[in-house]
Design a protein around this ligand. Sequence first.
Ligand code: UD1
Ligand code: UDP
Length: 349
Amino acid sequence: MKILTVVGARPQFIKAAAVSAPLRRLAHEVIVHTGQHYDRAMSDQFFEELDLPAPDHHLGVGSGPHGGQTGRMLAGIESVMLSERPDRVLVYGDTNSTLAGALAAAKLDVPIVHVEAGLRSFNRSMPEEINRVVADHLSAVLCCPGPRAVANLEAEGITRGVHVTGDVMRDLLERALPSLDDAALARLGLTPRGYSILTLHRANNTDDAVRLSRIVGALADASEPIVFPVHPRTAHALAALGAGATGSIRMVEPVGYREMLALQRHARLVITDSGGVQKEAYWLGVPCVTVRDETEWTETVDAGWNRLVGSDPASIRDALADRPLPADRPDLYGDGRAADRIAALVACA
Ligand code: UD1
Ligand code: UDP
């Protein structure tokens, strides 16, 4: 059986790195990289660090407005599919690469497997929400991280092909834990629990100058260093604002996966608007402050480890204070064996 895996953005290289090895034991995997992310620090470093096989096809689509970017991907994936004739198409998450992969497959009547199905923010102004709703409605096999995702799908009438597999990011995190790059702290002059780590890249945070300035301004007042591996989108937005590393904020280039996990593991707080980082903070037992008005990962909020603070500077400053940690941290999003389950589903579906 031939599987076409579509990836294009940083979190997809990470998720595919968990699934690719077990999948290749059961099926012939062909990888297409759309080129949505292309900086070395956003793409190649993850293929190398995580031993993800080099893409068989690279579409080189690059950046651009949603329609143009997604359209170029759609045309490119369609022509790869016409030459490769895969039996299934495997897509991850909720980016424009996910949407293009799902649309190309649906038009050629090839069954789609969607990993990270059923997540919802219930905010349709988020590009990712559109991508995940469409991908879910087109998919034959929907791999959910947990039961809430199943309930979200059911509420939209999707009940066939739905499986609770757990989250593949947990698999990879567990595999990486023994070899995290803890030396990163010393390189950055940080001490365990003596700093926080920040990531920001959501369009509604970066593309709104007022909102971005309020967030960065509130964090700059922190009494401890905040290390900030800056996503290129955010770097451009901050440059346009004329804002640099101010106050406590220490801007660095995007870091590798094991360095990022090490920086999260030893932080006092994780501050983010990333989906993946909210989950990693939870699994690592580090409290998370989410700079958004809503999250798809609501279980982490209910468990008391994640606080939604929006962009109000007073709420952000308040969230930086030390608080007692919740007594429990229930197992969420699987048991670290999601990739094996997904590989079996893909190969047998
Ligand atoms: C995308 C996904 C988002 C995901 C994120 C992961 C969509 C709609 N959004 O957001 O869901 O959470 O990836 O990181 O698919 N850029 C570079 N170099 C790169 C990549 C991007 O300079 O290698 C800059 C470009 O100016 C580009 C901007 O970042 O216009 C945004 O990139 P894009 O891929 O469109 O969206 P992300 O914000 O990365
Ligand atoms: N990540 C990384 N280096 C960084 C920032 C993030 O390796 O400088 C990892 C992070 O640990 C997580 C994934 O990238 O595994 C999350 O991707 P991102 O935040 O880009 O996207 P999202 O999860 O929001 O879609």
